[in-house]
Design a binder for this molecule. Sequence first.
Ligand SMILES: *[C@@H]1O[C@H](CO)[C@@H](O)[C@H](O)[C@H]1NC(C)=O
Ligand SMILES: *[C@@H]1O[C@H](CO)[C@@H](O)[C@H](O)[C@H]1NC(C)=O
Ligand SMILES: *[C@@H]1O[C@H](CO)[C@@H](O)[C@H](O)[C@H]1NC(C)=O
Ligand SMILES: *[C@@H]1O[C@H](CO)[C@@H](O)[C@H](O)[C@H]1NC(C)=O
Ligand SMILES: *[C@@H]1O[C@H](CO)[C@@H](O)[C@H](O)[C@H]1NC(C)=O
Ligand SMILES: *[C@@H]1O[C@H](CO)[C@@H](O)[C@H](O)[C@H]1NC(C)=O
Length: 507
Amino acid sequence: MQKFKKKHPLVLRHVPVTLYTCLLFFLILFTAVFISSLWSTLSTTNTKPTTKTVANQTLVANAPSREETTKQSPTLLNCSRGNQTTCSNKYNYPTTTSETEKNEATCPEYFRWIHEDLKPWKEKGISRETLEMAKKTAHFRLVVKNGKGYVEIYRESIQTRSVFTIWGILQLLRRYPGKVGDMEMMFDCNDKPVVPVGLYDGPNVTGPPPVFGYCVDRWTRDIVFPDWSFWGWPEINIRPWEHVLKEIKEGNKKVKWKDREPYAYWKGNPYTTPTRLDFLSCNVSTDHDWNLRLYTQDWIKESEQGFNHSNLADQCTYRYKVYIEGYAWSVSEKYILACDSPTLFVKPRYYDFFTRSLQPLQHYWPIKENDKCKPIKHAVDWGNNNNQKVQEIGKAGSNFIHEELNMDYIYDYMFHLLNEYAKLIKFEPRVPEGAVELCPESMACTRSYSKEKEFMSQSMVNEPSTKDPCSLPPPFEPMSLRIFYATKQNLINRVERWENEYWKNSE
Ligand SMILES: *[C@@H]1O[C@H](CO)[C@@H](O)[C@H](O)[C@H]1NC(C)=O
Ligand SMILES: *[C@@H]1O[C@H](CO)[C@@H](O)[C@H](O)[C@H]1NC(C)=O
Ligand SMILES: *[C@@H]1O[C@H](CO)[C@@H](O)[C@H](O)[C@H]1NC(C)=O
Ligand SMILES: *[C@@H]1O[C@H](CO)[C@@H](O)[C@H](O)[C@H]1NC(C)=O
Ligand SMILES: *[C@@H]1O[C@H](CO)[C@@H](O)[C@H](O)[C@H]1NC(C)=O
Ligand SMILES: *[C@@H]1O[C@H](CO)[C@@H](O)[C@H](O)[C@H]1NC(C)=O
């Protein structure tokens, strides 16, 4: 394994500049225009707002309530107080913050993608007409007016995705009261992005519909937003991120990297996509050992057993963890990266809001999408022979998650994204008739499943931040973005060269 020592993977600075220029052709791929009919094939039915009934059901259901008598603990969720079907500020929650501490810190690098995501509207802004086009696939419209949030529901989302996404935005409004600009946004809670690149370019076109969603790929330009799981995913018992992150941090201390199982580990549902299905064949068997230990997650069985085998913090006992996307990006990503064990990252198609800034060999180990078993075998062998370097990769990926993706930064990301977006709006935002005002009691106290209420209570922002958000870094220079992509590709190629050598030598 001596041969690897010469090329320390972490030294990105010494990549020759000529390589960057050689690889410019890759950028053509990124800027190429792919017109997809996806947008037009999307549901055109059900465009009539069903606001009132749906909103009543999901947000202001029949809650028994007692009249408010005292005003103690105004900030904690208290479901035995007041009239929970209406919002009022009788709990004295501040609507503005006066003096807050200046925050000198610049936000993490991945915040720069905010500018990229909003670029299509940079010149012309967003007209009402453009916004309304986004209604076609949106699950809800969320309006911020004078610091208050209102929602108009258009269709039911999968599980409680929309509820927990809306809950997250409400917490942002509580964290920075009065500081999020007036705006109207449309949110699509499905897995896949829907706005094709290129379809809305041209002199007579008003620009793409601004659709907020959870991920994008190279062919789409939805606006990426943190997914619901940061506030909890009750259906599969994933607690709010803040709590899980702490648990994983504690869990990481229990088994040192060297004492972990010297294999790659994956647990999930393989029956979602072809790429996951053929991944099944990489599992250890009597015929071969590709250094992978793969387990299927049976969520139905888990839920019957009270989820006591799916604790994420207990899944950091292998030296390597595999990330492989599912139907689109997978929520599992942040939990996998947080383990201190390097992530073997199967080349993804979809990117959520933070993955775009991760670099191969720095934060993760890249695995080809079309041929997964051999690269995994090689990666694990490489790592078991280069303990220090591979632990650095594991640590860097993990540090990224623990330090740059904690809840403080999640709120700051949302804050900047929504405020930058609000600046682009060229009309007077208004609260639609029949929209429901958002407040914790009307959202949380009326949930029928106790776990939902519990997670909301745990993830509730109980007082305004005393500190300003970090400051938004400027947009990428076009050149630096090109260098970023070129470096990424260069590092992926380097790993492939190592792999080829490895297999040639072992023949
Ligand atoms: C929903 O709300 C509207 C207006 O607030 C009301 O007229 C209607 O009866 C409610 N529906 C249900 C099912 O509560
Ligand atoms: C919740 O509100 C009720 C009624 O105002 C009050 O009696 C109770 O002490 C409150 N609970 C907490 C935890 O503040
Ligand atoms: C709560 O407020 C709504 C709307 O104002 C009202 O219709 C309802 O009767 C109130 N419920 C209670 C228990 O006071
Ligand atoms: C754009 O608008 C102009 C003026 O209305 C019209 O002459 C032209 O045909 C339009 N172009 C396209 C591609 O629709
Ligand atoms: C993968 O192999 C391990 C070890 O033999 C086994 O326990 C596990 O059930 C296998 N996974 C699947 C999905 O068959
Ligand atoms: C897991 O939950 C089931 C059902 O509640 C219970 O019978 C079992 O003892 C639990 N196992 C552990 C390890 O806690």
